[in-house]
Write a protein that binds this ligand. Structure first.
Ligand code: HMG
Ligand code: MG
Length: 307
């Protein structure tokens, strides 16, 4: 088992990218991606300088067939010292499965919208949080870190508008129960910069901004602008998926995550550090796109290839 090193602190110009491609990127793919390709994707990402790579999900295989091979994938990857490989778990059963193969960091997930939560995990927000309680307790005893996701922070495919107060309340509860970081997800990519910054500001009024991450899907092409607005509010952890893959199968109309390559290009251009080798990341993005039989969804990946 590879021990994970402490993550760099979020100093002013360092932004930690949480690469969610192997999980969020692949979970919505209709065609089954082979276990070998999933493993190769993670191994390639491990060589790019990324510090956090969300590897897979230990959710119900009936609900997300694409990630039914979570245990095989996690067992086969070459875990490098200093890199965290969190996985999604929706309940204790997922936690058991993850721990059985040596997972050392997990992520629990709920939403600011009741309607979305019901579709995604078949539970109300309160029920989901009660399900997480034993996971958090066992994780604390096992020395396992837990990240928490709040989905639909800027809109819900079923409910429409989501009050910021609901986002704040759910984020606060996850943090209070022991999640070290709360990732605020614009699941369907409807947010715009002012709204995104306002939402972040409201959450940061209650929780330390160093415990917050942003997670934008790019459905309406606003993700980079939203990230920039949230950086201005002090956030220094950004979720992204290589090649811009992704989407949630239970969020109607949700398209890909913001592409990691595009985020890294933006950040480096702004004089910020990520520790990520952009060329190596863009190569990996194009490799993944080829495996999925399409062009890369990263503008930067395309531009560098045309180069
Ligand atoms: P349920 O059907 O209500 O579960 O699903 P249940 O507890 O009634 O159990 C039913 C069966 O599933 C049982 O098996 C359980 O053992 C089994 P049976 O007795 O019938 O043989 N089961 C499991 N099997 C394997 N692993 C497990 C597990 N749990 C139960 N962990 C459940 C409830 C939460 C399990 C289901 O709804 C689920 O797995 N949902 C996951 C949906 C999902 O993965 N969505 C995408 C991730 S979230 C996302 O993308 C958003 C994010 O990116 C941020 C953003 O963009 O906003 C994070
Ligand atoms: Mg997502």
């Amino acid at each position: 088992m590879t021990p994970s090193l402490p993550l760099p602190t979020a100093d002013g110009d360092f932004v930690r990218i949480v690469e969610v491609g192997p999980r969020d990127g692949l979970q919505n793919e209709k065609t089954l991606v082979s276990t070998a390709d999933k493993v190769e994707l993670i191994d390639r990402l491990s060589a790019t300088g990324l510090l956090n790579i969300e590897a897979t999900s230990f959710v119900s295989p009936q609900w997300v067939p694409q990630l039914a091979d979570a245990a095989e994938v996690f067992t086969a990857i070459r875990r490098r010292p200093g890199i965290a490989y969190p996985v999604l778990v929706p309940n204790e059963k997922g936690y058991d499965r993850a721990r059985a193969v040596g997972v050392e960091e997990v992520a629990v997930f709920t939403a600011a919208s009741e309607a979305f939560n019901r579709k995604n995990i078949n539970a109300s927000i309160d029920e989901s949080i009660e399900r997480f309680r034993p996971v958090l307790e066992r994780a604390a005893a096992d020395g396992v870190k837990v990240r928490g996701y709040v989905s639909t922070v800027l809109g819900c495919p079923y409910q429409g508008d989501v009050p910021v107060a609901d986002v704040v309340r759910v984020a606060r509860r996850l943090h209070a129960m022991g999640c070290y970081e709360i990732s605020l997800g614009d699941t369907i990519g409807v947010g715009t910069p002012r709204k995104a910054a306002g939402m972040l500001k409201a959450v940061a009024a209650e929780l330390p901004v160093s415990a917050l991450a942003v997670h934008f899907h790019d459905t309406y092409g606003q993700a980079l602008a939203n990230i920039l607005a949230c950086l201005d509010e002090g956030v220094r952890v950004v979720d992204a998926a290589v090649s811009g893959a992704g989407g949630c199968p239970y969020a109607k109309g949700a398209s890909g995550n913001v592409a990691s390559e595009d985020v890294v290009y933006l950040l480096h251009g702004q004089g910020m550090r990520t520790g990520v080798d952009l060329e190596a990341l863009a190569d990996t993005g194009r490799w993944l796109a080829a495996r999925l039989g399409r062009e890369t969804g990263s503008r930067v990946g395309k531009a560098l290839a045309a180069g």
